[in-house]
Design a protein around this ligand. Sequence first.
Ligand code: ATP
Ligand code: RIB
Length: 303
Amino acid sequence: MVRDGVLVIGSANMDLVVFVEKFPQPGETIFGKKIEMFPGGKGANQAVCCAKLGAKTFFVGKMGNDDFRKRLTSNMENEGVIIDHLFIDENESTGTALITVDGKGENEIVVISGSNMKLSQEDIKSKKEIFKNVKVVITQLEIPTEAVLETAKAANENGNIFILNPAPAQELPEKLLSMVDYLTPNETELELLSGLCVKDLKSIELASEVLLKKGVKNVIVTLGEKGAYLINKKRKEIFPANKVNVIDSTGAGDAFNGALAFALSKGEEPGKAIKFANSVASYSVTKMGAQSSIPVPDELTAK
Ligand code: ATP
Ligand code: RIB
């Protein structure tokens, strides 16, 4: 059987987004332009991205028994994500993110994890069957590290391509890094994981090499408007992003990761997969919201 499809294991949050001209200083009160609610969370964003692009996509995560769960799951289902394997925690609220977006499209985010941090190692173990049916498994760091480790183990045992998006930034055990096929830090995450200061291409290369030495097979550093950098034992290459008018960069990293997972699940080689991920992520920053800003294939070709 030819395997394709993607399993996304991770968080789901309701994003409460305030749009302002300039971020307030500590202690300052300002007037915002508007407030909106968008489905978000790194795991759910990446799952919706894969599904919108056309992959058979399974999502495993944990939500609360509340109204945010109903809204988030209804959006995920509408976008084509298979959510049959979702866990519900009766005692915790669904994750929430308080996001401020400024006039340049930059953001500041506070995440209240709620049920996301209740996803356990046992929960992942109970979903081992799904790993056999997909080609790519992707996860992030808005769920407990034990769940991430169990995901990595299961992905390796089942011969999946395993992508770890190490966001938000946190230190990781070497055991985990050695199980990663594609690690996709941004520059802040790269600094924290390597322990080296990142300021230019040379320092990005040196910091990425630290991670290759720890057993990561490919490092893809996302560089915002500059695109992305791929490094493995045989190759070092920069892939530029498209020049666009930025409205809201929330979820750009998720659009990149979701599109990368999609392309790898279709058998693309890493370079082509990154070019595609750049085009999807560049498109996403031109629209508001995380999941709402991800293009379907027709929108990408119509550009
Ligand atoms: P976020 O936390 O906002 O989701 P991130 O820090 O994880 O993002 P970035 O490196 O900022 O990730 O962006 C991910 C990808 O999105 C980039 O590699 C690029 O393809 C695209 N991108 C981000 N910002 C821009 C921009 N200003 N113009 C064009 N493409 C962009
Ligand atoms: O990566 C963007 C996401 O980070 C937002 O949707 C928010 O929920 C936080 O998890």
